[in-house]
Design a protein around this ligand. Structure first.
Ligand SMILES: *Cc1c(COP(=O)(O)O)cnc(C)c1O
Length: 402
């Protein structure tokens, strides 16, 4: 059996991200298949005992066990790294596995983390609940306030951790300014880029050190599998992250990696069309509800910053109603086309009430400070005709008296 033939990275790094999304990282077997192969194997064989020993000693190239390496997973890792403009990437079983690994692989008791206030519920659980159990302190700041990031730095601060746009309030963090503040203080920056993907925003270009993903969202994009990824320098991935993931085992399955590889091929098309649809739906909503937040709308308080660092507004709209939970639930229950679902990044339009679902695990005070109000809804705009989505929302809004 011949070795997989990978692409020469010196050639592929010159391709633009939309080309990388289709072709980056492809490694063909001797059959010359066009579509990437799925290597559903837990282990690998050796021609002789000496080869096994050499491979374990790191003296011979090759794979040993799928918790450590897998050809299909490596194709996805290479593709994501090339799209991100990163030296290397490592895939994980879910977005939360990626976030947890990115934090725990480099933190120790006595360290301090500064994190953005608006965040995915489980990311807040990591900073607020898990890290303190291991003696790692965190300070939560308003991510939109550059001075707050600076003021929170202590001598033992190791990391800044934030999302932009943030889930679900769509706060925008000024990547260039905040990464600069971190660099000046010798602090590393981890950016959760799930909402934008490398096709709308590449945090490394603004000085971020590490970019982490839930690939479950736009990268799969069709609501099929969970996956995550961490991108950074080769030094960080090989010397800090790898020993953590190889020994703790948040491994992405080859099958799920393959599904995401297929999703990546249409990512550019999907995210641009979904962003166009979202803008059209947001323009309708802002005239009909007390408040609609979408980074692509001029009315978003950070519209100029969002458009400076993102090439489109993304797929998520935050809708604020005045009638609290009952009106928000009433609107969801009146929808006929849009599904009630807490996933995002899907090609189907999905709507959820964060305070009773994705952010229900946080205290009421934390939710209030984040802007997750009882009357708030989060809409993921999919690939349907936006006029049908507007009709559905129009009907549901009328049903709750709006
Ligand atoms: C969904 C999400 C996560 C978690 O990803 P999973 O794949 O569900 O584990 C983390 N951060 C953000 C911003 C998300 O939207």
């Amino acid at each position: 059996m011949k070795k997989l033939t990978g692409q020469d990275r010196s050639i592929t790094t010159t391709w633009r991200p939309a080309t990388q999304a289709v072709r980056g990282g492809t490694a063909r077997s001797h059959f010359g298949e066009t579509s990437e192969a799925i290597f559903l194997t837990s282990g690998f064989t050796y021609d002789c005992a000496g080869d096994a020993a050499a491979r374990f000693a790191g003296e011979q190239q090759g794979m040993t066990y799928s918790r450590l390496q897998n050809p299909t997973v490596e194709m996805l890792e290479e593709r994501i790294a090339l799209m991100e403009g990163a030296e290397a990437a490592r895939c994980m079983a879910s977005g939360m596995a990626a976030m947890t690994a990115a934090l725990l692989c480099q933190l120790s008791a006595g360290d301090h983390v500064v994190a953005g206030r608006a965040a995915f519920g489980s990311c807040r659980w990591l900073t607020d609940t898990l890290l303190p159990r291991f003696g790692i302190e965190s300070t939560i700041v308003d991510g939109t306030d550059n001075d707050a990031w600076k003021a929170a730095i202590r001598p033992n601060t190791r990391l800044f951790f934030f999302e932009t746009p943030a889930n679900p309030t769509l706060d925008i963090v000024d990547l260039e300014a905040v990464c600069r503040i971190a660099k000046d203080a010798g602090v590393l920056t981890i950016v959760d880029n799930a909402f934008a993907t490398p096709l709308l925003q590449r945090p490394l270009d603004y000085g971020a050190d590490i970019v982490a993903y839930s690939a479950t969202k736009m990268m799969d994009g069709q609501g099929r599998v969970l996956a995550g990824a961490v991108c950074g320098t080769k030094e960080f991935i090989d010397n800090t992250l790898l020993s953590f993931t190889r020994n703790t085992g948040p491994t992405l399955s080859a099958f799920n990696a393959w599904v995401v590889l297929k999703g990546m091929e249409t990512l550019d098309l999907r995210i641009r069309r979904q962003s166009e649809n979202a803008l059209q739906v947001a323009q309708f909503l802002e005239k009909r509800v007390p408040r609609a937040l979408y980074p692509g709308l001029a009315s978003h308080p950070q519209h100029a910053l969002a458009m400076k660092q993102m090439s489109a507004g993304g797929t998520i709209i935050a809708v604020y109603l005045d009638g609290g939970r009952s009106q928000a639930h009433g609107l969801l229950d009146a929808l006929e086309l849009i599904d009630i679902s807490n996933n995002i990044g899907d090609s189907r339009s999905l709507m959820t009430h964060p305070s009773s679902t994705t952010h229900a695990g946080l205290s009421a005070e934390v939710r209030a400070a984040m802007g997750v109000e009882e009357g708030m809804l989060r809409l993921n705009v999919g690939l349907e005709d936006p006029l049908d989505l507007i009709d559905d929302l129009d009907r549901a809004l009328k049903a709750v008296g709006l």
